[in-house]
Design a protein around this ligand. Structure first.
Ligand code: FES
Length: 162
């Protein structure tokens, strides 16, 4: 079996290499994911999911911010270099930001941050940006599950940093 991810693309500079015949997906590995959620949308969705007793992986370590635009790129780098295996940033849908264009700034910054982490040998897939409104609790749960599985497949970040 070949693990295929953007982290395998030499053009991106990641050293999370493709290994034929092996699977990084260790079912016993529990990834640590920093989830930075906008107060006005996704944090409420996560809260609603909890209130509805929806089950989502406990791997997410949630931090609430007032706007996704407040997420400094250096914080993402620090989290990944500090042992978080993935970082999920969630904000209001385009046009719904309470601070007019905070999420536009986030949409601009995240691809840049992905390019930077590639230079450190970290697969850019470890960073994910999603727009999830307060009414989308089910979507938040789905994203949390998807990302946890994706990071589980990538393995711990500590062994990938150059
Ligand atoms: S207020 Fe939610 S992304 Fe700006």
């Amino acid at each position: 079996m070949t693990i295929a991810s953007g982290g395998n693309d030499p053009a991106r500079g990641s050293n999370e290499a493709s290994i034929s015949g092996h699977c990084f997906g260790d079912p016993s590995f529990e990834p640590k994911i920093l989830a930075i959620l906008c107060n006005w949308c996704t944090y409420s969705a996560a809260d609603a999911a909890g209130s509805a007793h929806s089950v989502y992986p406990p791997n997410l370590h949630i931090v609430r911010v007032m706007c996704s635009g407040r997420v400094d790129p250096s914080l993402i780098l620090k989290a990944l270099r500090g042992g978080m295996d993935g970082v999920l940033i969630c904000g209001c849908h385009p046009g719904d930001c309470h601070y007019i264009n905070g999420n536009h700034k986030t949409a601009f910054r995240i691809p840049m941050v992905k390019r930077v982490v590639s230079q450190y040998g970290i697969a850019p897939e470890r960073i994910r940006l999603e727009w999830i409104s307060a009414a989308e609790a089910n979507r938040f749960v789905a994203v949390a599950k998807e990302m946890t599985e994706q990071i589980r497949d990538l393995g711990p970040v500590s062994r990938t940093i150059r």
